[in-house]
Structures are given as C-alpha cells and as structure tokens.
Write a protein that binds this ligand. Structure first.
Ligand code: NAD
Length: 488
C-alpha cells in the first residue's frame, strides 16, 4: 500500500490554517505506516476557533435563515456523496476499518445532513393565551457556540451526528476530533466552505483530550457541549461543564446485550448476532458484546457462533471482500487482549480467537468467550474490540435481569418468534434502543442514545435539535395588566 504523507492543518474561519504547535503523525493501523500528519490545536488555536464561531453567529451565519441553512446542508450532503470514494478510502485507511462498512458510514453521514436539512422546518415556538389578558409566544433561538468532541471509532459519522443538528439549529460549531482520526472531517469542513457555508460556522480543532478537549469544554465562549466517548471521560467532561455551567449532552459507552430465545428464527438470528459484535471489529458503542442464550440451546449456539466467527473475513481494509479490518492501534489491541486474558484467568473458555496475530498491523481475531457469567469483567466492562461473551439464561425474566445487570444502557437486541414477547421484553429493558429481530441500530430520524451510564440526550432525531436551541418566552397582555404586587 502506498503511503501519502500529506500535512493537515486546523480548520478555522472557513479555511485551513496552520497550528501554533506541532504536527503529529497519523497512522494507518492495518499496516503500522504513517498516513499523514495533522496539526494539533493548542489553547490559542481553540481561542481562535471559538472567536471565529462567535463572529459567524454575530455575522453572516447568524443572519442565515432556515431555508438557506437547509439548502447548505443539502449541498454539503451532495458534496459528501460526490467525494465519497476519496472519503471512504481515507477513513478506511485511517481507522483500519473494512471499506464496505466505511462506505455505508459515508452514505449515512450524507443522509444525516439531509435529514436535518428537512428537520429545520420543524423548528418553531408556540403561542398561547394562558388566562386573563396574559399571552405569550416562545422563540427558538440557537444555543450559540457548540463545542463538540468525538472519538475515533466512526470519525466522520460521529462528527456529522453532531454538526448536522447544530448547524440546522443555527449554532456555530467548534469540533474536536480524536487526534488519531481527524482527516475525514477536516476534508468535509473544506467541502462545507466550497458549497457556501460562511466562515466560522464550522471549525475543526484536532488535539488531545485532556488538553485541547478539556480547554474547549471549559472555554467561556462555548455555550453548549456535546460529547461522544467513554463513560469515564464523559464524567470528567460533566465535571468541567459545572463551572461555568454549560448545556451538555453525553453519548457514552455500552455493554449491550443480544437476547437469543429458543423460539427465534435461529438461521437469521445467529449470523446477525455475529455481525452485531464483529462489525467495526467490535469498536462500536452499540456492539452487542454480551450474547445471552436460552440455556437449552447454549452449547449448540456456542458451536455455531464459533464456527461463523472463524468465517469472518479479516484482512486488508481496502479489499472489498474484507468484513473486519484491524483495530485502531497496537496499544488498543493490548487492552482488548488483556480483557480476554482476564476471562481465561477466571476460568472461561475461549472457543475461537484470543491470540494476537503475528505480522504487521493491529489485527485481532474474532473472539468468542463461553462458559462465562455476567459478573465477569468481560461481561461488565466495555472491551471495545471483537470479543463476544456468551452467557446462558433460564427464562424470560432471567434474560431481562441479566440484560439490565450492567451499568450501561445503550442498545439491546431481542430475537424471538413471539411478537408479544418481543414487545414485552423491549418495555423492560433499560436501554435507549431495543431491536426486535433487528440488529441494525442507527438511522436518521430514530433517536439514539443512552440510559444509565451510557449518557443522556439523543442523537439522529428531531429532539436532538432542541439540545442546540434555547426556548425564550415573550410575555405580554392584551387588556389590563395584572396588578403590581407592590401596589405602587
Ligand atoms: P475517549 O473518552 O477516550 O475519547 C473520546 C474523545 O474525548 C476524544 O476526542 C478524546 O480526545 C476526548 N477526550 C479525552 N479526554 C478528554 C477530556 N478530559 N476532556 C475533553 N475531551 C477529552 O473515548 P474513545 O476511546 O476515543 O472512544 C470510545 C468510546 O466512545 C467508547 O466508550 C464508545 O462506546 C464511545 N462511543 C459512544 C457512542 C454513542 O453514541 N454512545 C458512539 C461512539 C463511541
């Protein structure tokens, strides 16, 4: 594979600018080679980006009506589609992810802009007569400058989940991608300028979390913070948002269950369950990493899942046949492997995978852990790798109990041939999304987000707009004004 070593700057005020500080290598995890170098924003750069966003709100962007914002969002979606080949290849190489998955992510990113281009039409206040001569109307105003932080696992898709609703609402954005994966969103920011977004509406400042990220969150010029990342970092961001008080939404980790009942269509459910963990090499917040299986068929399901896992095509992310690429880095692979070793240490059986591949690249094989209980570390903690823990249950109540017995609540999938049972279980599971015989999870228009320590706020949905809007009530009276309580 040829390596290009382009240098990427920051994106501030509608153009690519040099950072005040250093450039850092950006890797291609499937080869270990250097793909590019990125500028890293320091505090002065974040100040510049926030100032550019504020100037945009006070200037051209703040004066851009909803109809024009909608047109711009559609134009950006068109530009993403027109450049999808370049974006997919860049993302695939940078994340190490199978190009077939990445193509779908790029298409989804464009669709998300289109969804919010239409959703703008729903932004409206209310008016009412509330008794006597008192009347009011409410205005929906942009929350202001949005500071947005996203992780490395779906770099462009996560960025567009944040940018699209914020821009639709009329906010100006300062987005910090993970420094390992800033390339695709920097390119999309350039496209935004090309299609006509005014300078400062979108600013991109790659940088490290505890420095650049924390500075952005604390910045007094940032009105609203939207964070996607781990639950641990989310807690830190929440603390930072307490002084000065900031509006905040958190999209955090998961340990999502996949409930497989004996009455399900197993020919459909088992392959879909394998996909639901190994897609994106398990580096997915909604990875169904706990496979809960009705006890009567446990051994048989373990055997089938093991066999199917061995058939997942792992390899060069740019090969159209590849189903699972590498992990994001060798360091992350060590972390994933440490969890598998802990399960071995606790007496679980690794039926396939569980060994670090020799050779270049941060590859790790699809790994199945059987003979495991829900209290084991691998069943409680987010591994964020291609590792599924298969856990038996006795009956419906036991399945629900185990499903809910983690600190997270992002996603769950239920496989059953009984529709009533599917809906009954969906009502009892504490998670933001429940799929019934449906492994796929994220669609524009369907709220996505967490219960419990998976965070709060919803993305991809109409209600996401409200998270970027303030409601102002304007009150007056039509007849006699209520009496002055001072009697003056
Ligand atoms: P992470 O929390 O380490 O980093 C996420 C982002 O936060 C990065 O951009 C990082 O630079 C930044 N960051 C780190 N420390 C910070 C700080 N102190 N202040 C401000 N920003 C800081 O997470 P990660 O390992 O990069 O990403 C994986 C996590 O993201 C997983 O837990 C996954 O479940 C979660 N995730 C959740 C969703 C969702 O929608 N719920 C989607 C994707 C990923």
């Amino acid at each position: 594979m040829a390596t290009a070593t382009k240098d990427y700057g920051l994106f501030i005020g509608g153009e690519t600018v040099e950072a005040s500080g250093d450039l850092r290598d950006v890797y291609e995890p499937a080869t270990g080679g250097v793909l590019a170098r990125t500028a890293l924003a320091n505090e002065a750069d974040v100040d510049r980006a926030v100032a550019a966003a504020r100037a945009a709100l006070d200037g051209a962007w703040g004066k851009t009506p909803g109809t024009e914002r909608s047109r711009l969002l559609h134009a950006l979606a068109d530009a993403i589609v027109a450049n999808r080949k370049e974006l997919a290849e860049l993302e695939s190489r940078n994340v190490g992810k199978a190009i077939s998955s990445v193509k779908a992510e790029i298409a989804g990113a464009a669709e998300n802009f289109r969804y919010y281009a239409s959703a703008i039409a729903t932004i409206a206040g209310r008016s009412a007569s509330v008794g006597g001569s008192l009347i009011f109307y409410s205005l929906k105003e942009p929350a202001g400058v949005a500071g947005q932080i996203v992780p490395w696992n779906y770099p462009l898709m996560m960025a567009t989940w944040k940018l699209a609703p914020a821009l639709a609402a009329g906010c100006a954005c300062v987005l910090k991608p993970d420094p390992q994966t800033p390339l695709s969103v920097l390119r999309v920011a350039e496209l935004a300028t090309e299609v006509g977004f005014p300078p400062g509406a979108i600013n991109i400042v790659p940088g490290d979390g505890p420095t650049t990220g924390a500075y952005l969150v604390r910045h007094p010029g940032v009105d609203k913070v939207a964070f996607t990342g781990s639950t641990k970092t989310g807690g830190e961001v929440m603390r930072l948002c307490s002084d000065p008080i900031k509006r905040l939404t958190l999209e955090l980790g998961g340990k999502s269950p996949n409930l497989l009942f004996a009455d399900a269509n197993l020919a459909d459910a088992i392959p879909a369950s394998v996909w639901a963990i190994f897609a994106s090499a398990g580096q997915s917040c909604e990875a169904r990493s706990r496979l809960l299986v009705e006890k009567s068929m446990y051994d048989d399901v373990v055997a089938q899942v093991t066999e199917l896992s061995q058939r997942v095509k792992v390899g060069d992310p740019l090969d159209a046949e590849t189903q699972m690429g590498s992990l994001i880095s060798a360091a992350h692979r060590e972390k994933v492997h440490g969890f598998v070793e802990s399960a071995r240490g606790e007496g679980a059986e690794i039926t396939t995978g569980g060994e670090i591949d020799a050779g270049p690249g941060a590859f790790y094989p699809p790994t199945v852990i059987a003979g495991a209980g829900n209290q084991m570390l691998v069943a409680q903690e987010e591994i964020f790798g291609p590792v599924v823990t298969v856990i038996p249950f006795d009956d419906e109540n036991d399945a629900i109990r185990i499903a809910n017995d983690v600190k997270y609540g992002l996603m769950a999938t239920v496989w059953t041939g009984d529709p009533g049972k599917g809906h009954r279980i969906a009502s009892k599971i504490k998670s933001g999304t429940v799929g019934i015989n449906m492994p796929y999870t994220a669609f524009p228009g369907i709220p996505f987000g967490g219960y419990k320590q998976s965070g709060f706020g919803r993305e991809l949905a109409l209600e996401t707009l409200d998270l970027y809007l303030e409601t102002k009530s304007v009150v007056t009276y039509t007849g006699t004004r209520p009496t002055n309580p001072f009697g003056l």
